[in-house]
Design a protein around this ligand. Structure first.
Ligand SMILES: [Zn+2]
Length: 388
């Protein structure tokens, strides 16, 4: 068994320990300050002498420390110095305890259990045993969670010898162990068996922000950030809002209204632009059709494929002749007709464009071919026109 100093003093950042065994890149010590990965929470990080401690894992009461390397002097009996990556640990403590607070409130106020927890590198999630959580309830849980933080409620850990003794407490979850049970209590909020390190009071959790709550396998998955993560999230969003306020000449209270006003203006401009584009395209279509004999053909130097399609559609409104439009800008040839022509557009592209180094395809009435050389594209157009 490894003595788990982090359960006695979660604020212990460095200490000495004795090596018990070295197994590959795994180190076993008589005692440790590194909390192993457990219950959806990542392992602590740190250093043991000059080597990095990458991951701690517990098996049958023994903590195995995975090392970046095993220094040559690391032998059983040697005393080594342990140094905890405190920033990572405190981040874990804040977000882990935040989960206790949210889960505790869900249980004590609403009778809803927690079916899972994961402390990720970006955000944490917990799965509340409720199919669809109304947004008002999410907001209320978040408000109460932050109120618990501002109340500086002590977080205590008690070792209880027996299951019978522990079961007298108002536990949130059923016990999985029979003896030496570590019970974490936040009076009025939570009481549950847990072996992870916790801050000494709720104020150290800092801000608790629920990012979103969504349906997940018949439960509600709550995404949240606590402490420095929540602060950084606030800063990011504040920066975004500040930039939007500048862009829309707004303040927070009228930003959404101003965005809506601008959206309406943009929609009006889009409608006007479309009407003008349609009018211009129809004039252009009438000109091309007037000059056409067996087909309508034109090469543009500034049109996109969407522009060619739009133009072709206008042309087909006033003629049944096949239409072949090309653009040196997008290096694409569009072949199409209303269905009255016998021209097989897709077949022409397949037979000739691919042979000319182009690529594309399509149906009998609509096909397109893309090229990477303008002369080759023009040669393909000549052949396509000859086949009409
Ligand atoms: Zn805990």
């Amino acid at each position: 068994m490894t003595e788990k100093l982090f359960q006695i003093d979660p604020y212990l950042k460095q200490t000495e320990a004795q090596i018990l065994s070295v197994e590959g890149d795994l180190l076993v010590l008589d005692r440790t300050i590194f909390a192993p990965e457990a219950g959806g929470q990542a392992s602590d990080l740190g250093r043991i002498d000059e080597a990095e401690m990458l991951h701690a894992e517990e098996k049958d009461g023994v903590v195995y420390h995975k090392m970046s390397e095993i220094p040559s002097g690391f032998k059983p009996g040697k005393t080594v110095r342990l140094e905890l990556d405190w920033e990572t640990r405190f981040d874990h403590m804040q977000n882990h305890c935040g989960e206790h607070i949210i889960s505790g409130i869900l249980f004590t106020k609403y009778g809803i259990g927690n079916k899972g927890f994961h402390l990720g590198s970006e955000f944490s999630t917990l799965d509340a045993d409720m199919k669809q959580m109304p947004q008002e309830m999410v907001d209320e849980v978040e408000r109460l969670a932050n109120k618990a933080v501002f109340s500086s409620i002590p977080v205590t850990v008690d070792m209880i010898d027996s299951k019978d003794e522990a079961q007298k407490l108002p536990l949130r979850k059923e016990l999985k162990v029979d003896e030496d049970i570590s019970i974490v209590s936040i009076p009025g909020i939570d009481c549950v068996a847990c072996c992870c390190p916790h801050p000494s009071d709720t104020s150290q959790v800092g801000l608790i922000k629920i990012i979103k709550a969504e349906n997940y396998k018949g439960m509600t998955r709550i995404y949240f950030k606590c402490g420095m993560r929540a602060f950084e999230d606030y800063k990011l969003k504040h920066d975004i809002i500040t930039a939007l306020n500048k862009k829309y000449s707004s303040e927070e209270h009228n930003l959404l209204d101003n965005i809506k006003i601008q959206d309406n203006k943009n929609n009006e401009i889009r409608r006007d632009l479309f009407a003008m584009k349609s009018k211009f395209a129809m004039m252009e279509a009438e000109r091309l059709v007037a000059e056409a004999d067996k087909y309508v053909h034109f090469e543009y130097d500034d049109q996109s494929l969407d522009d060619l399609k739009f133009m072709a559609k206008k042309i087909m409104e006033i003629t049944e002749l096949p239409v072949i439009l090309s653009s040196t800008s997008c290096m694409t040839v569009l072949l199409t007709h209303s269905g009255k022509s016998k021209l097989k557009c897709g077949k022409i592209v397949k037979e000739f464009a691919c042979g000319f180094g182009g690529k594309g395809g399509g149906s009998d009435s609509l096909a397109q071919a893309l090229f990477n050389d303008v002369d080759i594209m023009r040669n393909f157009v000549k052949i396509a026109l000859m086949s009409i």
